[in-house]
Design a protein around this ligand. Structure first.
Ligand code: NAD
Length: 320
């Protein structure tokens, strides 16, 4: 099997490579060539950790496997980040394990790629102003991937903990984009595209905040109970997601779905827009992409990382 250590990923994977891999697998999902396995997530009763698996199979790319890992809240004492994961790929012809790939940076890259893909297909025409709600670890990757589209001329930022915005401003400066910290009503009125990426458990962005043609990539809600958007905002928008079943159970749409103000037939898988089977934004004023994070995204970027690592002599071969 091939081993690609976490330490090699930064030198191998770019936001562009992640974008291509994730766009291809979203299209495969829409063609029913790829499917995600049920997610396992368990509180293991040790170190307050949440551990689980996200897996799937893409018959198109022949990517089979899973990402194993989770959240260890006390990892600082070990000098490690709290989110830890590893992707295991298997040979789809034989079932033999094919690769083990460090999954931490890949998770941030594949999550940012998903919102960037939603921006490519759903942003209002002429969109120039990006609004960032959130300023944690993921936010900087989200900003970089969105900026790679080349369409944004300035960035507005808001975060429940304002002191964290300085780091995001630094990322914007590196990208050559003017950055301004603002209140949510200004962000919602001026931004053409909004990315929300916080660990909130109650709505931050309210219906009254968002004005004019806007695309919102809601990326923070990946667990039951988390919530970033006002359900009234969700109810008046055209809705897209990576996987409908996940969006109504653990994604942002769980709340409006639970309140019966939307049904699953109101939600379109983004892959259908990529394959040209759905018009996308059409004449909708507001579009929302609920990026819940699916196992197939992890497999797609891990397989791309293995290819790059083998080409550059950075993959280690191990017999097991
Ligand atoms: P982080 O801990 O680095 O940052 C947390 C962010 O949420 C900050 O902006 C912080 O100010 C804000 N926040 C913290 N507690 C809050 C609260 N109680 N209410 C409102 N805001 C709060 O986390 P991160 O790694 O940047 O992850 C952000 C979110 O994205 C998490 O919910 C994480 O689970 C989620 N995530 C989603 C995917 C996906 O595929 N959709 C992938 C990775 C992470």
């Amino acid at each position: 099997m091939w081993v690609v250590p976490e330490s090699e990923i930064a030198g191998l994977m770019t936001p562009e490579a992640a974008f291509q891999a994730v766009e291809a697998v979203f299209a495969s999902m829409a063609r029913d060539q790829a499917y995600n396995f049920p997610v396992i997530r368990e509180a293991i009763g040790h170190e307050e950790a949440l551990y689980g698996f996200k897996g799937g199979f893409d018959r198109g790319g022949l990517n089979l496997g899973l990402k194993a890992g989770g959240y260890w809240p006390h990892n600082q004492k070990h000098g490690l980040i709290n989110h830890q994961s590893t992707v295991f790929l298997f040979d789809a012809d034989t079932g033999r394990v094919a690769a083990a790939v460090g999954g931490n940076l890949l998770t941030a890259l594949r999550t940012a790629a998903a919102s960037a893909i939603s921006i490519k297909y759903l942003a209002p025409e002429g969109a120039q102003v990006l609004g960032m709600v959130g300023a944690g670890h993921q936010a900087q990757f989200q900003l970089r991937a969105a900026a790679a589209s080349g369409r944004f001329t300035r960035v507005l930022g808001w975060n429940p903990h304002p002191e964290m915005l300085e780091r995001l401003a630094g990322t914007a400066a590196e990208l050559g984009l003017p950055f301004e910290a603002v209140e949510l009503d200004r962000l919602g009125a001026e931004a053409d595209v909004i990315i929300s990426i916080t660990s909130a458990f109650s709505p931050l962005l309210l219906d009254g905040h968002v004005k004019g043609p806007t695309h919102i990539a809601a990326m923070g809600t990946d667990t039951k109970g988390k919530q970033e958007l006002d359900p009234a905002l969700v109810a008046r928008a055209r809705l897209f997601t990576d996987e409908i079943a996940q969006s109504v159970s653990i994604g942002e749409f769980q709340h409006a779905f639970g309140a019966k103000s939307i049904s699953d037939s109101d939600i379109t898988a983004i892959g259908r827009v990529i394959t040209g089977d759905h018009e996308g934004r059409g004449n909708a004023e507001i579009t929302i992409f609920d990026g819940t994070g699916v196992g197939l995204q992890d497999l797609a970027v891990a397989a791309a990382a293995v290819d790059l690592a083998r080409r550059e002599g950075k993959a280690q071969k191990v017999e097991i």
